[in-house]
Design a binder for this molecule. Structure first.
Ligand SMILES: *[C@@H]1O[C@H](CO)[C@@H](O)[C@H](O)[C@H]1NC(C)=O
Ligand SMILES: *[C@@H]1O[C@H](CO)[C@@H](O)[C@H](O)[C@H]1NC(C)=O
Ligand SMILES: *[C@@H]1O[C@H](CO)[C@@H](O)[C@H](O)[C@H]1NC(C)=O
Ligand SMILES: *[C@@H]1O[C@H](CO)[C@@H](O)[C@H](O)[C@H]1NC(C)=O
Length: 472
């Protein structure tokens, strides 16, 4: 193997904003609570599985995947297999397809790569990858694109949240050991995205979902951002996938040109990559070999020529404005296509006063797309939003609330609703939860339109955008 280094200079020109394979405007849903289960979205099923609902989040409450796996070491894998098999199905894909959804964001835990779990002190269900592959295959057949979202990271990226898979009082992601595991995860997911046919519609990988907002508490996150991008690009160059506007090339010698894992192993000693990137590539090799054997991908990984007809993945980050206190700007890490993610929920407070008019004035005047573009964080999509409110919303309001948000987010690259569905049971007060959190229920009730690009009223924001309007 030979490496040519023509200049390890990060591109300062803006990368093309539309890349092959990506829909021009994203109309998407999250596949939340599938491979990272959040009990609040399916409280009855969680209790039926053996989970608990506790008034306060404490470490002994069985309120996360980790706590569940600890409590039921012998049955956790079977219980979760049943959940993975039923929460998201081929029928759901058909419904989403019929509703014009062109993108899904798939929240994933680091434990989907089972070898990364340190079982001496970490417990998570095993077997999720089989269901991820199956689900991605259905989506691919339906022509729906996928973003792999690293939603729950090793060490946990924010404290006290179900969505991290473990509710802990402090988070520990931001250590060298856990950053390293996140990079190995990234290498494995990049390889699968390009070589596993079931992953054929994956076009982006997101580095970290919702890290702590205070940047002083996420030391070395900027370095991690750069390493994350380089891991993806190093894998791609090894595969022979060109990386736009990067003058680095990796030449694979004939002796390993039929064995991708061997070629990746050779790349891992290429000193043009940082030691941390090299170590991540190197540690991905044995994991891929094991996965190849377990999932029937061994011939593809180890005994075939590799040059997939693929374009480079979009590296996806929460936008710089997600954090405060002098955060690192992910735009500084860009090599090849990159995109940014912002999440907006009014229901948790801090965005607008808790009344319908204030919500409308705020959303109709949203400047996040422009503010992000000004610091290079473009294209931007809104990877999480929904209809929840801090007040009892009338049906009449929810039509407007859905329209106005779609209008605002479509000024960027588009939107991805949280969530595709939520449970409807006695514990959710019937449809009370789903009415504002479930895309499929919102469609049924008519707040969301059958054509996702349509609005009930394209002028919904007009009354809220003038300083002379009523309601100020
Ligand atoms: C492919 O390369 C790996 C890593 O060098 C090696 O262990 C494995 O035996 C090779 N596989 C085949 C089928 O030659
Ligand atoms: C919403 O309505 C319920 C019952 O219909 C009531 O108990 C609750 O206080 C209301 N919440 C707010 C914020 O007005
Ligand atoms: C259901 O209603 C009860 C009583 O009003 C309330 O305490 C609870 O938070 C509601 N649950 C959901 C999921 O809306
Ligand atoms: C909303 O935007 C309009 C026009 O963009 C502007 O005139 C108005 O002052 C804004 N209102 C608020 C409350 O920001």
């Amino acid at each position: 193997m030979r490496l040519t280094l023509a200049g390890l200079v990060l591109s300062s020109t803006l990368v093309a904003r539309v890349w092959a394979g990506q829909p021009t405007k994203i109309y998407g849903v999250n596949l939340g609570s599938w491979l990272v289960l959040e009990p609040w979205m399916l409280p009855q099923e969680w209790l039926d599985m053996g989970g608990q609902s506790c008034a306060t989040s404490c470490s002994t409450c069985i309120s996360t995947e980790s706590a569940f796996a600890k409590a039921y070491p012998d049955t956790v894998d079977t219980k979760f297999a049943q959940h993975w098999d039923t929460w998201f199905t081929q029928d759901d894909v058909n419904t989403l397809k019929a509703a014009g959804i062109n993108t899904v964001r798939v929240p994933l835990g680091y434990w989907i790569v089972e070898a990364l779990v340190d079982r001496s002190h970490e417990s998570y269900p095993r077997g999720g990858l089989k269901y991820l592959r199956q689900g991605l295959g259905w989506l691919k057949d339906a022509g729906i694109q996928a973003i792999l979202d690293h939603h729950a990271l090793p060490g946990v990226q924010t404290a006290g949240q179900m969505f991290t898979g473990k509710q802990v009082p402090i988070c520990l992601l931001f250590t060298p050991y856990n950053y390293h595991r996140a990079l190995v995860w990234t290498a494995v997911m990049t390889v699968l995205s390009h070589l596993d046919p079931e992953f054929g519609n994956v076009f982006a990988i997101e580095a970290i979902n919702e890290p702590i907002m205070d940047a002083t508490k996420t030391p070395n996150y900027g370095t991690f951002q750069k390493n994350f991008v380089q891991v993806i690009r190093a894998v791609e160059l090894t595969l022979g996938i060109p990386v736009p506007s990067w003058d680095v090339s990796v030449s694979v010698t004939a002796s390993v040109s039929n064995n991708f894992t061997a070629a990746l192993s050779a790349t891992s000693s290429a000193t043009i990559f940082s030691p941390e990137v090299q170590a991540a590539l190197s540690d991905a090799v044995p994991i891929l070999r094991e996965m190849g054997i377990a999932y029937g991908l061994q011939t593809i990984f180890e005994a075939s020529p590799f040059k997939p007809d693929r374009t480079s993945l979009v590296a996806n980050f929460m936008d710089v404005n997600w954090q405060h206190n002098n955060p690192s700007n992910p735009a500084d890490a860009a090599i090849g296509p990159q995109a940014y993610d912002n999440h907006l929920y009014y229901s948790f407070g801090g965005v607008a006063a808790a009344d319908p008019t204030s919500y409308m004035i705020s959303i109709c005047n949203l400047t996040r797309v422009q503010a992000d573009a000004a610091v290079g964080n473009s294209p931007l999509w809104f990877g999480e939003w929904g209809l929840p409110t801090q007040f009892n919303a009338t049906d009449e309001f929810l039509y407007k609330w859905a329209d106005a948000q779609k209008l605002a987010y479509s000024k960027g690259a588009g939107w991805i609703f949280w969530n595709f569905k939520t449970e409807i049971s006695k514990l959710t007060n019937g449809t009370a939860l789903a009415r504002q959190w479930s895309y499929l229920e919102g469609l049924k009730l008519g707040f969301l339109t059958q054509d996702p690009s349509a609005l009930h009223d394209p002028n919904v924001c007009v009354p809220y955008m003038s300083t002379t309007s009523k309601g100020h």
